[in-house]
Design a protein around this ligand. Structure first.
Ligand SMILES: [Zn+2]
Length: 205
């Protein structure tokens, strides 16, 4: 009987440990957010007259950095100035860190000037929830066309060994969205919505 009780105690102990580790995994799986401002230097990204996507991306990346630091995250920018960084160098930098996630910031472009909306891309199934939370926060706050969460084989998503997403925060080619993104308040809303999506992902996994 004594031996039986010991085994039961051990079983409960293991169960408690598994539960504890499970909780840790869901709530504290990462401490670092790699923020990737798309394009830079001679690579302008989407552009219309003198409005360049590379500048919008960097501005939102910096705003996101500030918001995440206030929430206690460690942040790493793949670029903090207007310089060209090859795609492979961006994921190589991200892969130096452990317990991290990767968020790439972009703005969109279409030949059809009527096309509008926000979309978030992911590649691996572990990144899908992160993309969904961010997309939901963005659409909830901005109320634009929801282009959805989509899977794509983009280089930075494929080569980065962390949960990784790429956000397209509106169309530079659309006049009304272009006017919005030139307003610092809009760019702040984009950054804050991405941050809220990240917080939700840290909480729920
Ligand atoms: Zn881009």
């Amino acid at each position: 009987m004594k031996d039986h009780g010991g085994k039961l105690f051990l079983a409960w102990g293991l169960l408690a440990l598994v539960f504890f580790l499970g909780t840790m995994g869901a709530e504290a799986g990462f401490k670092t957010v790699i923020i990737d401002a798309g394009h830079g230097g001679h690579d302008l990204g989407a552009s219309r007259s003198l409005i360049y996507e590379k500048h919008l991306n960097l501005d939102v990346a910096r705003r996101l950095e500030r918001t995440l630091r206030e929430s206690g995250f460690r942040t790493v920018l793949t670029r903090s100035t207007d310089t060209f960084i090859p795609l492979s160098a961006r994921s190589a930098k991200a892969n130096k860190y452990r317990n991290a996630i990767f968020v790439s910031i972009h703005f969109n472009w279409s030949w059809k000037s009527k096309v509008t909306g926000i979309e978030t891309f992911y590649r691996s199934s572990t990144s899908r929830n992160l993309a969904s939370y961010i997309q939901r926060q963005l659409i909830g706050k901005i109320g634009c066309t929801n282009r959805g969460v989509k899977s794509a084989n983009f280089s930075v998503l494929r080569k980065t060994r962390h949960p990784a997403v790429l956000v397209e925060g509106g169309f530079v080619s659309n006049k009304s969205e272009r006017v919005s993104m030139l307003d610092a308040r809009y760019r702040q809303v984009v950054a804050d919505s991405i941050a809220r999506g990240i917080l939700e992902y840290r909480k729920k996994g």
